[in-house]
Design a protein around this ligand. Structure first.
Ligand code: LCS
Length: 398
């Protein structure tokens, strides 16, 4: 072949077939597609006769590494990475169900999950049957909603935003007896604090945007489960609906997750101290934190969690107006949704993360309009409590 032009050289450069540099930290494979050695190799990859990479929506070495890491942390066989936590929820819920099927879910879940279940899945004629979390421990109540078309059970624990604790072992037992899977959203706990597979769960979901990433700089999600269930999700939902995780995000989460144990310990210890501080503040009417002995799910949380996590919800005298005044008066805490970041975040579920619930639906799900939610960050707990105290002190006396 005659010497190539400068223009072509600029496009092609040099190809190296293998990474041989023995990096401590794995490289980011930022490539959309992968070269085939020859036509037969391409055909063999497509037919499954040979395994290897074809195209990043279907598989990528950096994303694979992320999937293997999260599967390991959860104690599952395999994982499917997704572009967001919502994509992970949708993949887990839509893969096993066809029109006419139904599933049972706790009604206190992240607002986006609630909206997906309540409206979008309804368009595919997949029916959600909600159980209010106040009766989520009552076996007969759950059983009475299960029938021959029930494809799975779905829980989130601790629940967003109320911090209700759902009995994973009880729901897993009900699912096993009916031969259907239990899906557990483990976002609030992280695999360091809670391992749903050890309690009988079948699929575990994370919004990796939160504690797994840990630094508030990406959106990502993951579903973990048996090799067979994950293969179904990968070869159908992920491949054809296409919510693939970016290799760069997979790399960021791999970096963030290395400090998961340290961060979750600090988040949990600080949250316990702050929950106790809030409990003693005269303007505070209720503190919802599973680490407090007064929390109705405290003994269950002790059984199924290692520590109680970094999320707290609380209510103040004066309801919604007073709550808004607190959020407008904080200086160190940041008024923002999301959670699991280094920075302490504060938000109002009824008008923000859970605004998709109607007031009636919120009442049934046990989400008070005056509830404030905080994601306790990695700052010194005395500074966080000091900021909340000065904001609470500004509420007019009762
Ligand atoms: N599951 C839980 C428990 C969540 O809290 C969230 C997001 C999701 C799934 C969805 O994940 P995403 O697509 O956002 O990665 N929760 C949010 C929240 O409470 N505030 O902002 C997002």
């Amino acid at each position: 072949m005659k010497k190539i032009t400068r223009e072509t050289e600029i496009v092609h450069g040099v190809h190296e077939d293998h990474v041989t540099s023995l990096d401590l930290v794995p490289p980011i494979h930022m490539t959309s597609t992968f070269r085939f050695r020859d036509a037969e190799h391409g055909a063999d990859l497509f037919s499954g006769r040979e395994s290897g990479y074809i195209y990043t929506r279907i598989g990528n070495p950096t994303v694979d590494l992320f999937e293997k890491k999260i599967a390991l942390l959860e104690g599952g066989e395999a994982a499917a990475a997704a572009a967001s936590g919502m994509a992970a929820v949708a993949a887990a819920a839509m893969t096993p169900a066809v029109p006419g099927d139904n599933f049972i879910a706790c009604s206190t879940v992240y607002g986006g999950t609630f909206a997906l279940f309540n409206t979008d899945l309804a368009r595919f004629e997949i029916e959600v049957r909600f159980i209010p979390s106040r009766i989520s421990g009552e076996r007969a109540e759950i059983e009475s909603r299960i029938d021959g078309r029930t494809r799975f059970l779905y829980i989130e624990t601790p629940a967003n935003p109320t911090l209700d604790i759902i009995d994973i072992a009880l729901w897993a037992d009900l699912a096993r007896r009916r031969g259907i899977p239990l899906i557990v959203d483990n976002t609030f706990a992280s695999p360091y604090l809670q391992r749903p597979f050890s309690l009988g769960g079948d699929l575990v979901i994370h919004s990796a945007t939160k504690y797994l990433g840990g630094h508030g700089d990406l959106i990502g999600g993951v579903v973990v489960g048996s090799a067979e269930m994950i293969e179904r999700i990968q070869s159908s939902y992920m491949k054809h609906f296409g919510p693939a995780m970016s290799p760069f995000n997979a790399w960021l989460i791999l970096r963030g997750v290395k400090t998961l144990a340290l961060r979750m310990t600090r988040h949990s210890d600080s949250a316990l101290q702050i929950a106790e501080g809030l409990l003693h503040h005269p303007r505070v009417t209720a503190v919802h934190y599973p680490g407090l002995p007064s929390h109705p799910g405290h003994s269950l949380a002790r059984k199924q969690m290692k520590k109680f996590g970094g999320m707290i919800a609380f209510e103040v005298h004066g309801g919604v107006a007073a709550g808004k005044a607190v959020m407008n008066a904080v200086k160190l805490c940041t008024l923002a949704v999301s959670l699991g970041d280094c920075e302490t975040l504060i938000q109002h579920p009824a008008s923000m993360t859970h605004a998709v619930y109607t007031p009636e639906e919120r009442k049934r799900a046990g989400i008070p309009d005056g509830l404030i939610r905080i994601s306790v960050g990695l700052e010194h707990p005395d500074d966080i409590m000091g900021d909340l105290r000065q904001a609470l002190d500004r509420i007019p006396g009762v």
